[in-house]
Write a protein that binds this ligand. Structure first.
Ligand SMILES: Cc1cc2nc3c(=O)[nH]c(=O)nc-3n(C[C@H](O)[C@H](O)[C@H](O)COP(=O)(O)OP(=O)(O)OC[C@H]3O[C@@H](n4cnc5c(N)ncnc54)[C@H](O)[C@@H]3O)c2cc1C
Ligand code: FES
Ligand code: FES
Length: 1328
C-alpha cells in the first residue's frame, strides 16, 4: 500500500468482524468499544493505564510461526489503529447472563469478589487472559496477573479466593477439599470451627466451589479463522489511517519506516503508546503524524550472539522477561546476572497490561529519570544501535552522556532506535538492581539503582553504579567508581563509598520530587545491600549474622485466609435468606459487563457533552473570563457561567457558602468557573482549555499549619469539657505532650463523578441520572439553582461504581452545573469527569492535626487529656463541622477518660472542600488517641496491650460526652477473642526472637480495639421510606430510599423483604432509587442505611403480608400467586409504603458497635518497605443479615483504612495545585498489599434488638481496624531504633509511608542527611 491510500481498519471484536473506512486515529480502543460498538462492559477508570478497569484481551496471529498470542492490555491506552488485523475480546465476548457466564465471571461473582462492580470487568479479563495462556496457573501467577488491576471495594481477598479454584493444586485436590483447606480454621478436635455453638453452627464457607461450572479450556472461543485466512493470504504491509487532521502510519519493514520518516521528519514514533498515550491524555499533546514501530519486523527480533543479546527496540517487556527466563535455563548462571536483575526489575515494572505492550525502546528513549531499565542497562554496559532515514547505522553506549537532560538524549532527530545490545556478565562480575517506590506493585520508582562490580581476587577491576531518581537523568556515580578501582572489596572501601556517594548523589532541599533526605538515604542503603550481597558471595558475610537480613529479597508467601460466621438456625425456613451469604444481587451483571452505570446509558439522540472550566489558581480575583475563541470552535454550543444560573448560584448542604460557578474570586484550584457544552467530550474539553481566564493572584492558605498561623477557621469552634482538668493533671504521675498528623485520603471510587441531565419538553421538568449517594440533596440543589420547585426535578440512580462518602455532597456540583447547562441549551447534557478532573475538584477525607497533653499514672491510666483537633476543611464548610463533631465524639475510642478538655477547629484553606469519607472523621481521631496510648506505654515502660486494657471503659461508665454504652462488654469480648485467635502472646515472643536475630528487618505486632457510635446525630435524618408493589403475577417490585454503591444494600433489602413476605427472593426485584418513588430520603451514608431502609422495607412488606392474611387462612394450601390473584380480584391494594424513624433520643448515637484487630508487620529498615504478615479481626455485627456482605465490608474497609494509614498521600505544590491527581502518583492498596494471612470472625451469639433482623451497622466501623498495622509498624521501627541505641518515643505521622518508616529507622546512613530547616528553601511539595 502506498502512503496516498487510506486503509480500511479491520479487526475482530468478540468474534465479529469490524471494518471502518473512516476510523479516527485519535480514538483509543476503549472509546471505540464504548462509543462506536456500544460495548460498555469495559470501563474507564483513569485513562492512563493505572487501574485496569478497561482491560481487554488482544490476540494476534503470526503467519510465520502460525502462533496465536493472547495478551491483556489497557484499552484506554491502546490506539484503535494499533489493533488493525487483530482480535479483541471484551468482557461481553466471553459470557453473558442470557448465554451463560464464563467460569471466570461466575467465580468472581459467587465468591463475593464484586461489590460496586466497576473494576470487575477488567479483573475478569485479566484472569481470562491468564487462563487462555496458562490453563492451570499457580496463585503466584494469579497475583502477578492482577498487578495492573485495582479494586477499591473488596479488599481483594474474595477475588483471590474465588480464582484460587482455577489453580493446579485446587484442581488436583478437588474443589470441596480445597475449600475446606483454605477456609477451615484448621483447629483440631473440640476447637474446630465446624463444631456447633449451642444451636447455631460456626461456618467458614462463604461459597461452595462445588457449585461452580467446570472450566474447560478447550471450549474457549477460537481466534477468528477468517482473520487467519486474511493474514495468510496477504503479506503484512504498510497501512495508513488518516482523519480529522491526524495520520497513523504503520510500516512493517525498516525501509518503509525510514521512507516514512524522511517524508515526515516531524512524525512521532510510537511503540506501545504507554508513554505517548499518557502524554496525549494528560499533557494534552497533539501529534498530527504518528508512526507505529510496533510491527516493524526487524525491531521485534531478539538474537543471542557471542557477546550477549541483541533486543529489537519494539520488543515488549513481557517478551523480554520470557526470553531471559528461557535463556537463563540454557546458559551458565554467571553470564546471566544482568538478565536476572532485569527479570527481577520487570516484576515491579508497571502491571502486566503495560508490560505486554510497552517496548524496551520506548522506555529508553523516554529517558525518564526514574526509568527502571535505564540504570540497569547503563550499569550493564549496553550499547544502543540507531539508524537514520538513509539507513545509516551507528552505535552508542548507554552511558552517562547518552541522556543529555530531563527526558532528552543523544539520538538525532532523524534517527530511530533499532536495537539494544546487552552483554553477558563475566564470571568475576557481580550485578544487582534495586527499586523503591511508594507502592511495591505497579508504581514508578522514588529511587532505583543498579550496581556492577568486577572483582579479581577481591580487588575491584571495574565497576558501575547507576541511579535513577537522583537527578534530571539517570546518573552514573562516576567519582565514586573512580575511587574504588584497584582497591580491595572490604570495609574500608565500603566506608569510602558511603562517604563518596553521600557527596556525589546529593539533592538540594526543594529538589524536584521532594523527599530529598529519604532519596539520599536510599542511595546509601542500596549500596549497603549490594556490598553485603557481594560479600556473601566472595568473603562470607563478613558482618554479624543478623546483617543477612539486609540482603534478603522481598518475599511474600502465598495468601491465605479464614472467614468465620454464625450459620442460620437449623430450623430456619429454606426460603428465608436472612443470615445466609447470598451473592450480591448485581454480581452477575457486573461480572458480565451488563451492569449499567451512568456513563453506560446509551446516548440520547440530541445529547451534548459538558466540560468544566476549572480554576487554575488556589486564591485569586477573576479579572476576566473570555470564551470567544472557544465558542468559535466547530461543535461548541455554549459557554455557561454564573450568569446563566436562573436560581441561586450558592450551593451547600448545611451552609450554602459555595458558589456553583465562581463570580469574582476563586478559592481553590479545581473550582468551577464555567463550562463548555459541545457535540462531544473531545471538543468540549479542547474548547474548555481555550477559555481564557485572567487572575489576580492572592496569597493562598494550603496547610493546617498555615490556617492556624492565620487563624482561618470555619465557625463554630467546637469544645467538649468533662471533669476537672487541674485535678486530673495534679493527680497524674507523668504528663506528656505531643502532636500527630493524619493525612487526607482520596476517595478513589473507580467510577468518577458522572451525570446526565435531561430537560423534559414540558413544564420546566428536569430528569437527572446522577451517580450520587444523596438524591434528596441533588434534587434540592438542582431545584434551587434552576429556581424551580422540588417537584420539577427527578433524580434517578441505579448504582454507583463506589462512593465512600465522595458522592454525597460533592456530586451536586456536577449535577447542578449540568442541569444549568441542559436548561440553557434545551438538550440532554452528559459529563463524566476525567480522573484528574475528579481528583482536582472533588475534595477528600480531611487531613487532621492533633495536639495533646495527657496526664497518667505510672502504670498508664489516663487522668486528664487536653486535646485540640484541627481539620483541613478546604474552601467551603460542606460537612466539615459535622465531621469534626464525630471526630471529637470518638476520640476516646473504647477508653474511659475521667477529665477531658477537647476542642475542634475546621481550618478554612484554599484547597477543594473536603467532605465525608467512610468513618466521617472518626478514623483520624481514633488514630490520634491510639497514638496517645502508645506514647503513654513508652513513657511508663508498660506493654501497649496492658495500657489499652487498663483504660477500657467499664460496665456502667459513660463516654466523655455522657452517653452510656450498652454492651460495653462486647469490646472486651472482641478483644479477648482476637487475642486468642491470633495467638497474640506466643507470637509476641516470636517477634522478639525475630528482631534479635535480624538487624535490618524488624517485626511489630499490635492490637487495637474499636467502639463506634452508630446513627445520624441530626435526629431528623434517622428515617427512611420504602415502597413495595405486588403485581398480579405475584412478582414484587421493591423500592427504598437507599443507594446501591457496592455495599450490598439492595441484596440485604431483598433478604428482608423475602423473609417478611415469606416468598423466595427470586420473586423480588429492585430497579433504581428515585426521588419520585421514595421522597425526602436521607443520604446513603453513616453505615445506617440497612438499619433504616431495612425497617422501612419490613414495615411495607408487613402491611402487604397482613392484607393477604384472609387469603392464606382461607386457602392455606394454595400458593403465593393464587393469593395475589384472589386479592387482586377482591380489589385489595397491592402496594404499600413503609416509613421508619428511630426512637427519639437525647444522646447522639442509636447504639455502639465494637471490634478488635491484631496485625503483624515486617519492615525493611533500609528502604522503609513493609509487608503485613497477618491480620486477625473480630467484629460485632449483631446477627448478620448477610455474612458474605458483612465480611466483604470488613475486609474492604480494612484495606481502605490500610491505604489511609500506610500508603495514600496527596502532595500539593506550595501554590496549591494538587500534584497527585491520578493512579500514577496517588497509590491505593493493590492485590499484594493485603495481609498475607487475613482472618475475619464475626462475633457470634450477639443479636442486637434495636435494629432490623437483630443486625448492626457495618459499612464504616471496620476501616479503623487498619490502625493495628500502623501501630505494628511503629513497634517494628522502635525495635530498629533500639538497635541503634535510640530508646523511647518518636513522632510517626500517618500515613506510615516507606519514606517515614525509613527515616524513622534512624541509623548511620540517615544521619548523614539531617532535614533542611523550614523556611530556608521552597519545598517541592507540601502536605495539606
Ligand atoms: C501505568 C503505567 C505504569 C508505568 N510504570 C513504569 C515503571 O514501573 N517503570 C518505568 O520505567 N516506566 C513505567 N512506565 C512508563 C512506560 O510504560 C515505559 O517507559 C514503556 O517502556 C514505554 O514504552 P512504549 O513502547 O509504550 O513507549 P511509547 O509510548 O510508544 O513511546 C515512548 C517514547 O519512545 C519513543 N520511541 C518508541 N520507540 C522508539 C524507537 N524505536 N526509536 C526512537 N524512539 C522511539 C516514542 O517516540 C516516545 O517518545 C509506566 C507507564 C504507565 C502508563
Ligand atoms: S481506565 Fe484504563 S487503566 Fe484505568
Ligand atoms: S468492586 Fe472493585 S472497585 Fe468496586
Amino acid at each position: 500500500m502506498s502512503l496516498k491510500e487510506n486503509a480500511v481498519l479491520i479487526f475482530f471484536c468478540n468474534g465479529q468482524k469490524v471494518t471502518d473506512d473512516k476510523v479516527d486515529p485519535t480514538m483509543t480502543l476503549l472509546s471505540y468499544l464504548r462509543q462506536k460498538l456500544r460495548l460498555t462492559g469495559s470501563k474507564l477508570g483513569c485513562g492512563e493505564g493505572g487501574c485496569g478497569a478497561c482491560t481487554v484481551m488482544i490476540s494476534s496471529y503470526d503467519r510465520l510461526t502460525k502462533k496465536i498470542t493472547n495478551i491483556s492490555a489497557n484499552a484506554c491506552l491502546t490506539p484503535i489503529c494499533q489493533v488493525h488485523m487483530m482480535a479483541v475480546t471484551t468482557v461481553e465476548g466471553i459470557g453473558s447472563i442470557k448465554d451463560g457466564l464464563h467460569p471466570v465471571q461466575e467465580r468472581i461473582a459467587k465468591a463475593h469478589g464484586s461489590q460496586c462492580g466497576f473494576c470487575t470487568p477488567g479483573i475478569v479479563m485479566s484472569m481470562y487472559t491468564l487462563l487462555r495462556n496458562n490453563h492451570q496457573p499457580t496463585m503466584t501467577d494469579i497475583e502477578d496477573t492482577f498487578q495492573g488491576n485495582l479494586c477499591r471495594c473488596t479488599g481483594y481477598r474474595p477475588i483471590l479466593e474465588g480464582y484460587r479454584t482455577f489453580t493446579k493444586e485446587n484442581l488436583n485436590d478437588g474443589f470441596n477439599e480445597i475449600n475446606a483447606q483454605v477456609n477451615c480454621c484448621q483447629m483440631k478436635d473440640e476447637q474446630c470451627c465446624r463444631l456447633t455453638n449451642g444451636k447455631r453452627q460456626i461456618s467458614t464457607t462463604l461459597f461452595q466451589p462445588s457449585e461452580f461450572k467446570a472450566y474447560d479450556h478447550t471450549k474457549e472461543i477460537i481466534f477468528p479463522p477468517e482473520l487467519i485466512l486474511m493474514l495468510e493470504r496477504e503479506e503484512p504491509n504498510l497501512v495508513k489511517f488518516e482523519r480529522n487532521g491526524v495520520t497513523w502510519i504503520r510500516p512493517v519493514t525498516l525501509d518503509q519506516l525510514f521512507a516514512v520518516r524522511s517524508q515526515f521528519p516531524n512524525s512521532k514514533l510510537v511503540s506501545g503508546n504507554t508513554e505517548v498515550g499518557v502524554d496525549i491524555k494528560l499533557k494534552k499533546m497533539r501529534y498530527p503524524i504518528l508512526v507505529s514501530v510496533a510491527h516493524v519486523t526487524d525491531l521485534n527480533k531478539i538474537l543471542a550472539c557471542e557477546t550477549g543479546v541483541r533486543i529489537g527496540a519494539s520488543v515488549t517487556l513481557s517478551r523480554i522477561e520470557d526470553f531471559f527466563k528461557d535463556e537463563m535455563g540454557k546458559l551458565p548462571d554467571y553470564q546471566c546476572k544482568s538478565f536476572a536483575a532485569i527479570i527481577d526489575m520487570l516484576h515491579w515494572f508497571a502491571g502486566q497490561q503495560i508490560r505486554n505492550v510497552a517496548g524496551i525502546g520506548g522506555n529508553i528513549i523516554t529517558g525518564s529519570p526514574i526509568s527502571d531499565l535505564n540504570p540497569i542497562l547503563m550499569a550493564a554496559g549496553c550499547t544502543l544501535e540507531f539508524a537514520d532515514t538513509k539507513g545509516v547505522h551507528r552505535s552508542l553506549p548507554i552511558a552517562e552522556h547518552f541522556f543529555t537532560g530531563y527526558r532528552q538524549n543523544a539520538m538525532k532527530p532523524n534517527e530511530t532506535l533499532v536495537s539494544i545490545h546487552i552483554p553477558y556478565t563475566k564470571k568475576t562480575e557481580h550485578f544487582k538492581a534495586f527499586k523503591q517506590a511508594h507502592r511495591r506493585d505497579d508504581d514508578i520508582a522514588i529511587v532505583n539503582a543498579a550496581f556492577r562490580v568486577d572483582l579479581h581476587d577481591g580487588v575491584v577491576h571495574d565497576s558501575s553504579m547507576a541511579f535513577g531518581g537522583m537527578a534530571p537523568t539517570t546518573k552514573m556515580a562516576k567519582q565514586t567508581i573512580n575511587k574504588i578501582v584497584g582497591r580491595l572489596w572490604d570495609q574500608s572501601l565500603f566506608d569510602d563509598v558511603i562517604a563518596s556517594l553521600a557527596n556525589e548523589m546529593t539533592l538540594a532541599p526543594g529538589a524536584p520530587g521532594g523527599m530529598t533526605e529519604y532519596r539520599q538515604s536510599l542511595v546509601l542503603s542500596f549500596f549497603f545491600k549490594f556490598y553485603l550481597s557481594v560479600n556473601q558471595k566472595v568473603n562470607g558475610l563478613n558482618a554479624p549474622l543478623s546483617y543477612t537480613s539486609a540482603t534478603l529479597p522481598f518475599k511474600r508467601d502465598e495468601a491465605k485466609s479464614t472467614q468465620m460466621f454464625q450459620e442460620v438456625a437449623n430450623d430456619q425456613s429454606l426460603i428465608d435468606p436472612v443470615g445466609r451469604p447470598l451473592v450480591h444481587l448485581s454480581a452477575y451483571q457486573q461480572a458480565t459487563g451488563e451492569a449499567v452505570y451512568v456513563d453506560d446509558i446509551i446516548a440520547l439522540k440530541n445529547e451534548l457533552y459538558m466540560a468544566v472550566v476549572f480554576s487554575q489558581k488556589a486564591h485569586a480575583k477573576i479579572k476576566c473570563v473570555d470564551a470567544t475563541s472557544a465558542l468559535s470552535m466547530r461543535g461548541v454550543h455554549a459557554f455557561i457561567d454564573h450568569k446563566d444560573v436562573p436560581g441561586s448560584n450558592l450551593i451547600g448542604d448545611i451552609v450554602q457558602d459555595e458558589e456553583l460557578f465562581a463570580t469574582d474570586k476563586v478559592t481553590c484550584v479545581g473550582q468551577y468557573i464555567g463550562a463548555i457544552v459541545a457535540d462531544d467530550q473531545e471538543i468540549a474539553q479542547r474548547a474548555a482549555r481555550m477559555v481564557r481566564v485572567e487572575y489576580q493572584e492572592l496569597e493562598p492558605i494550603i496547610s493546617i499549619e498555615d490556617a492556624i498561623a492565620k487563624e482561618s477557621y470555619f465557625k463554630p469552634i467546637q469544645r467538649i469539657e468533662k471533669g476537672n482538668m487541674t485535678n486530673g493533671f495534679e493527680s497524674s504521675d507523668q504528663i506528656i505532650e505531643g502532636e500527630m498528623r493524619v493525612g487526607e485520603q482520596e476517595h478513589f471510587y473507580l467510577e468518577t463523578q458522572s451525570c446526565i441531565a435531561i430537560p423534559k419538553q414540558e413544564e420546566d421538568f428536569m430528569e437527572v441520572f446522577s451517580a450520587t449517594q444523596d438524591l434528596q440533596l441533588a434534587q434540592i440543589t438542582i431545584a434551587n439553582v434552576l429556581g424551580v420547585k422540588y417537584h420539577k426535578v427527578n433524580i434517578r440512580t441505579k448504582r454507583l461504581g463506589g462512593a465512600f462518602g465522595g458522592k454525597e455532597t460533592r456530586s451536586c456540583n456536577l449535577s447542578a452545573a449540568l442541569a444549568v447547562a441542559a436548561k440553557r441549551v434545551g438538550r440532554p447534557v452528559r459529563c463524566m469527569l476525567d480522573r484528574d478532573e475528579d481528583m482536582t475538584s472533588t475534595g477528600t477525607r480531611h487531613a487532621f492535626l492533633g495536639r495533646y497533653k495527657v496526664g497518667f499514672s505510672n502504670d498508664g491510666k489516663i487522668q486528664a487529656l487536653k486535646i485540640c483537633l484541627y481539620a483541613n476543611s478546604g474552601n467551603s464548610t460542606d460537612m466539615s463541622v459535622m465531621v469534626m463533631e464525630r471526630a471529637l465524639d470518638h476520640l476516646q475510642n473504647a477508653y474511659y477518660l475521667p477529665n477531658v478538655d477537647s476542642c475542634g477547629y475546621c481550618c478554612k484553606t484554599n484547597i477543594p472542600s473536603n467532605t465525608a469519607f467512610r468513618g466521617f472523621g472518626r478514623p483520624q481521631a481514633y488514630l490520634i488517641i491510639e497514638n496517645v496510648m502508645t506514647e503513654i506505654s513508652l513513657s511508663c515502660g508498660v506493654r501497649q496491650k496492658t495500657v489499652r486494657e487498663l483504660n477500657f471503659l467499664q460496665e456502667g461508665q459513660s463516654t466523655y460526652y455522657n452517653q452510656k454504652v450498652d454492651d460495653v462488654r462486647l469490646v472486651k469480648r472482641c478483644w479477648d477473642e482476637c487475642l486468642e485467635k491470633s495467638d497474640y502472646e506466643e507470637r509476641q515472643s516470636k517477634v522478639a526472637d525475630f528482631n534479635r536475630s535480624n538487624r535490618w528487618r524488624k517485626r511489630g505486632l499490635s492490637i487495637i480495639p474499636l467502639l463506634y457510635g452508630v446513627g445520624f446525630t441530626a435526629m431528623h435524618m434517622n428515617k427512611a421510606g420504602a415502597f413495595v408493589i405486588i403485581y398480579q403475577d405475584g412478582s414484587v417490585l421493591l423500592s427504598h430510599g437507599g443507594v446501591e454503591m457496592g455495599q450490598g444494600l439492595n441484596t440485604k433489602m431483598l433478604q428482608i423483604a423475602s423473609r417478611t413476605l415469606k416468598i423466595s427472593s427470586d420473586q423480588i426485584f429492585t430497579d433504581e432509587t428515585s426521588t419520585n418513588t421514595v421522597p425526602n430520603t436521607s443520604p446513603t451514608a453513616g453505615s445506617i442505611s440497612s438499619d433504616l431502609n431495612g425497617m422501612a422495607v419490613k414495615i411495607a412488606c408487613e402491611k402487604l403480608y397482613n392484607r393477604l392474611e384472609p387469603y392464606r387462612k382461607q386457602e392455606p394450601n394454595k400458593t403465593w400467586s393464587d393469593w395475589i390473584k384472589a386479592a387482586y380480584k377482591d380489589r385489595v391494594s397491592l402496594f404499600a409504603t413503609g416509613f421508619y424513624k428511630t426512637p427519639l433520643r437525647s444522646e447522639p448515637f442509636h447504639y455502639f458497635t465494637s471490634g478488635a484487630a491484631v496485625s503483624e508487620v515486617e519492615i525493611d529498615c533500609l528502604t522503609g518497605d513493609h509487608v503485613v504478615l497477618r491480620t486477625d479481626i473480630v467484629m460485632d455485627v449483631g446477627d448478620s443479615i448477610n455474612p458474605a456482605i458483612d465480611i466483604g465490608q470488613i475486609e474492604g474497609g480494612f484495606i481502605q483504612g490500610y491505604g489511609l494509614f500506610t500508603l495514600e498521600e496527596h502532595r500539593w505544590s506550595p501554590s496549591g495545585e494538587l500534584l497527585t491527581k491520578g493512579p500514577g502518583f496517588y497509590k491505593i492498596p493493590s492485590f499484594t498489599d493485603i495481609p498475607v494471612e487475613f482472618n475475619v470472625s464475626l462475633l457470634d451469639g450477639v443479636p442486637h434488638t434495636k435494629v432490623v433482623c437483630s443486625s448492626k451497622a457495618i459499612g464504616e466501623p471496620p476501616l479503623f481496624l487498619a490502625g493495628s498495622v500502623f501501630f505494628a509498624i511503629k513497634e517494628a521501627i522502635l525495635a530498629s531504633r533500639k538497635d541503634c541505641g535510640i530508646e523511647g518515643s518518636f513522632r510517626l505521622d500517618s500515613p506510615a509511608t516507606a519514606e517515614r518508616i525509613r527515616m524513622a529507622c534512624s541509623d548511620t546512613f540517615t544521619e548523614k542527611f539531617p532535614p533542611a530547616v523550614n523556611g530556608t528553601f521552597t519545598p517541592f511539595f507540601i502536605r495539606s
